[in-house]
Design a protein around this ligand. Structure first.
Ligand code: ZN
Length: 472
């Protein structure tokens, strides 16, 4: 354990804990912000976190609720993947993590950590009126699992995502949360600003959400990364991957990996999606290639790509994960019940990417593949007397399998948007989606918000698409 940096963390945490953090009236541009200090050491990561929460809802809040996704990796819980994924997710054998909440301070009456639900509930000392803010300070430690899932370490480095107590999303003035799901992406949060400080282990390179700068103190490299309006903060460090950084039309691109084409694909994706759906919402975009149990994963201004994927399929994953910066990161939606909403638009955007860059064979392949797979899935469902006709969304925790989830969320939703293009006109559809992207930038769009925006631009568009969803 590196004593120096951990002592900085403890001094910060303790000095915060003795301050009286009274509830205060928020300033005009006051926003919810996380400040996190990480100390990588031989045993894991020691963390201190300050959370400044601004009640932007119209409701009076008696408590705050925070998810701790890292807790899903605990040895006393079911594995955070399906049985079919287990061998790939744990090539070195099953491994567990540990999230230990050591201190929680601030203007609170009480708090409970519901281990089963990975949920911290903080009862506030006094009700928080709309527009008011409250400050909390956390001290916690992480033991990382050895896994190729989203969070943990492997032979290439460390992926830190979902590692910190993160506010649940506020929907209509209520905290929205659900159990962790091994199927799909069970992450749902409002945007916030972040400042994350960490000591970079010797010989490591990194990419993170946001813009970062490094300094050196007594031979130790300290990094500060800052990001605004992101839905979650992610960090990847590696002792063997090289980092490339370049500026592209005002966006700082960072890449950690070995593929010579990744940044080219990233630039193409930024150009295509910016032209169709409006300007990229952030001033940085970082990509890390890592061993990964899935194809890729999106985080706030950062994408992780499975390094084993090759050729056009690799380009597809890069284009897919970058499309999520529009449909997930900037425009939020409820992944816990409507995963199709961002995955469908992301898949359709990826299809448009290939059309834009004249790889029509691959674009067509995406569509025929979606139809073939979905029809096969429907045949299977019919044969067991459980037809899937008419379905699309649903609670992640209630999907019977990854196969079921994938066919609705990825394949059927791509079919829906391709049908929309064919019947409503590509230009009309893109125009409507651009309005949707601009209107719900940094907000959470409900399913109806999406339908209503379509109807404003193209009358009765939603009825046509809902009829299509019901019929297939
Ligand atoms: Zn996706």
């Amino acid at each position: 354990m590196k004593k120096k940096y951990i002592s900085i963390i403890l001094i910060i945490a303790l000095s915060l804990s003795v301050l009286t953090m009274a509830v205060s009236c928020a300033k005009a541009e006051d926003v919810t912000a996380y400040e996190i200090w990480l100390d990588f050491n031989d045993d894991g990561v020691d963390c201190a976190q300050k959370l400044h929460f601004v009640n932007t809802s119209q409701s009076v809040l008696d408590n705050l609720k925070l998810n701790v996704y890292a807790n899903a990796f605990d040895s006393k819980k079911p594995l955070p993947c399906t049985p079919q994924e287990q061998a790939e997710a744990y090539p070195n054998g099953v491994s567990f993590g540990k999230f230990e909440l050591e201190q929680l301070h601030g203007d609170l009456a009480d708090y409970q950590f519901d281990f089963d639900k990975n949920l911290i509930t903080v009862d506030l000392a006094q009700p928080l009126q709309p527009g008011e803010s409250v400050d909390l300070q956390f001290v916690y430690s992480l033991v990382l699992p050895n896994t190729l899932l989203r969070y943990g370490f492997n032979e290439r480095g460390v992926t830190l995502t979902g590692f910190y107590p993160q506010l649940c999303a506020l929907v209509d003035g209520e905290w929205y949360y659900d159990d962790f799901s091994a199927i799909g992406d069970p992450y749902f949060a409002d945007v916030a600003n972040y400042e994350v400080n960490f000591n970079l282990p010797n010989g490591y390179e990194y990419v993170s959400s946001g813009k970062s700068k490094s300094s050196e103190e007594d031979g130790e490299i300290l990094i500060t990364a800052k990001a605004e309006n992101i839905r979650d903060f992610a960090l990847v460090i590696s002792p063997e991957l090289n980092k490339k950084t370049e500026n592209y039309k005002g966006v700082e691109l960072n890449y950690l990996g070995k593929n010579p084409y990744t940044l080219e694909y990233a630039k193409k994706a930024l150009d295509a999606y910016s032209a169709m759906f409006g300007k990229y919402a952030y001033d940085t975009l970082s990509i890390a290639d890592m061993p990964f149990a899935a194809g890729g994963m999106e985080y706030g201004s950062l994408c992780v790509i499975n390094e084993d994927i090759k050729d056009v399929a690799y380009e597809e994953v890069v284009a897919h994960e970058i499309a999520h910066q529009w449909w997930y990161s900037a425009v939020g939606s409820n992944n816990l019940i409507n995963a199709w909403q961002d995955e469908g638009l992301t898949n359709y955007s990826t299809y448009l990417y290939f059309v834009e860059y004249c790889n029509l064979d691959y674009a067509d392949l995406m569509i025929t593949d979606a139809y073939t797979q979905y029809r096969r899935f429907c045949d299977i469902q019919n044969s067991v007397g459980e037809p899937a006709v008419g379905k699309l969304g649903g609670r992640l925790t209630e999907f019977p399998s990854n196969y079921y989830y994938t066919n609705l969320t990825y394949n059927k939703s791509l079919m829906v948007w391709k049908h929309a293009q064919d019947t409503l006109g590509k230009d009309n559809l893109i125009k409507a989606l651009k309005i949707y992207a601009e209107r719900y930038k940094f907000a959470i769009a409900s399913e109806d918000d999406l339908w209503n925006t379509l109807d404003e631009t193209i009358p009765d568009a939603s009825k046509l698409l809902k009829d299509f969803i019901k019929a297939i």
